[in-house]
Design a protein around this ligand. Structure first.
Ligand code: TPP
Ligand code: MG
Length: 304
C-alpha cells in the first residue's frame, strides 16, 4: 500500500465527510437570491453554502450541522451537503439535480394556489445532461411554472472539464429545446447576475413561466477539501484569485464614494453574525443507535 495512502481521510477532523467550498461562486448566489423572499423555495446541490447564506439560512445552525452537532439544522445527521431550513425555504442534497423536481413541485403548488411564490433550482454545469434536470425543464415549460433554473458553470465537474462532458459551450441553450427563455451571464459579476436574475425571477413571479439562467463562475478551491487537484494546472488554480468577484465589487463600490471603513464594516457583518465552530454546541455523545431512531418519518419513533 506504499504510496497509496489517500490525500485525506474522510473520517478525520472535526467535520465529518467531504467538504465542498464555493469561493469564487458567490455572485451566482447573491445576484439571484437578492430577489427572493423567505417564502420562495431554493434547492441546491453539494456545493451549497454560498447559496444557503444568500437565502438567509441560520448561520449558527448551519455551522452546527456542518460540524455534525445536534444543534444543527438537521440534528447533525445531514452534514454539510444536506442543509435544510424550512423557515427560509432552503433545501440541499448531495445528489446532483435531486433538487430540480422538488423545486418544480414547489412552483406547481404556487401556481395551483394562485400564490406569487417563486422556486429556484441550482445545479452545477456537470449536471446539464442529467435526466431529472431535463425532465424538470420540460415539466416546468409545459405547465408554465414560476421556476428559475440556475446553472453555476465553474468549468469543472470534479476532475472533468465542461467541454469533455457536455456538447454546448453555453448551457443556457438547453432552454431552446424546451421552448423556454434561456440566458447566460458570462462573467461572475454580481451586478450582471442581479440584473439577469431580476428578469428571470420577475418573469416567474408575474406568471410568465420558467427561465434557465447559466452563470460563469470560478472554482477557486479544490473539488472537496483535500483534493490534490493533480488534474488541474497550477496556472488555472491561481488565475481566478486575481479576479475575485468580491474584490472587484469592492473596487466598484469605491467609485460610489464608499470608503475603506464602510467596506470593512460590510466585510465584518457576516462573520460577526456567526458564533464560530467552537460555539456550535456540544459534540454528539448519545450512541449512534439511539440517534438513528430520532427525527425519522416513522410514526412509532419520537421526532425529538
Ligand atoms: C447523481 C450523482 N452522480 C454522481 C455524483 C458524484 N458527484 C459529486 S460532485 C460531482 C461533480 C459535480 O460537478 P458540477 O455539477 O459541475 O458541480 P461542482 O462540483 O462543479 O460545483 C459528481 C459527479 C453525485 N453526487 N450525484
Ligand atoms: Mg462544475
Amino acid at each position: 500500500m506504499e504510496g497509496k495512502t489517500p490525500g485525506f481521510d474522510i473520517g478525520a477532523g472535526q467535520i465529518p465527510g467531504e467538504l465542498h467550498l464555493a469561493a469564487g461562486q458567490e455572485a451566482a448566489a447573491v445576484g439571484v437570491c437578492h430577489h427572493l423572499r423567505d417564502y420562495d423555495t431554493v434547492t441546491a446541490p453539494h456545493r451549497l453554502h454560498h447559496i444557503a447564506i444568500a437565502k438567509g439560512v441560520d448561520l449558527n445552525r448551519m455551522t452546527a450541522e456542518i460540524f455534525g452537532r445536534e444543534t444543527g439544522l438537521c440534528s447533525g445527521k445531514g452534514g454539510h451537503m444536506h442543509i435544510f431550513d424550512m423557515d427560509v425555504g432552503f433545501a440541499a442534497s448531495e445528489i446532483m439535480t435531486e433538487g430540480c423536481p422538488p423545486a418544480v413541485g414547489a412552483a406547481l403548488t404556487a401556481k395551483k394556489r394562485n400564490e406569487d411564490n417563486v422556486a429556484v433550482a441550482y445545479i452545477g454545469e456537470g449536471a446539464l445532461d442529467q435526466g431529472a434536470f431535463l425532465e424538470s425543464l420540460n415539466f416546468a415549460s409545459v405547465h408554465d411554472l414560476p421556476v428559475v433554473f440556475v446553472v453555476e458553470d465553474n468549468d469543472w465537474a470534479i476532475s472533468m472539464p465542461k467541454d469533455r462532458i457536455t456538447a454546448p459551450r453555453d448551457g443556457s441553450k438547453r432552454a431552446d429545446g424546451f421552448d423556454m427563455t434561456g440566458d447566460r451571464v458570462d462573467h461572475d459579476d454580481v451586478v450582471a447576475v442581479y440584473e439577469a436574475a431580476g428578469e428571470a425571477v420577475g418573469r416567474a413571479r408575474d406568471g410568465n413561466g420558467p427561465t434557465l439562467l447559466e452563470v460563469q463562475v470560478h472554482r477557486r478551491m479544490c473539488h472537496f477539501m483535500g483534493d490534490p487537484q493533480t488534474y488541474r494546472s497550477k496556472g488555472d488554480q491561481t488565475a481566478h484569485r486575481k479576479r475575485d468577484s468580491i474584490e472587484r465589487l469592492a473596487e466598484d463600490l469605491r467609485a460610489f464614494d464608499i470608503g475603506d471603513e464602510e467596506l470593512e464594516a460590510l466585510r465584518d457583518r457576516g462573520p460577526r453574525s456567526c458564533q464560530g465552530g467552537d460555539r456550535v454546541g456540544p459534540k454528539n455523545n448519545r450512541s449512534p443507535s439511539r440517534r438513528l431512531l430520532t427525527r425519522t418519518c416513522s410514526p412509532t419513533h419520537p421526532r425529538e
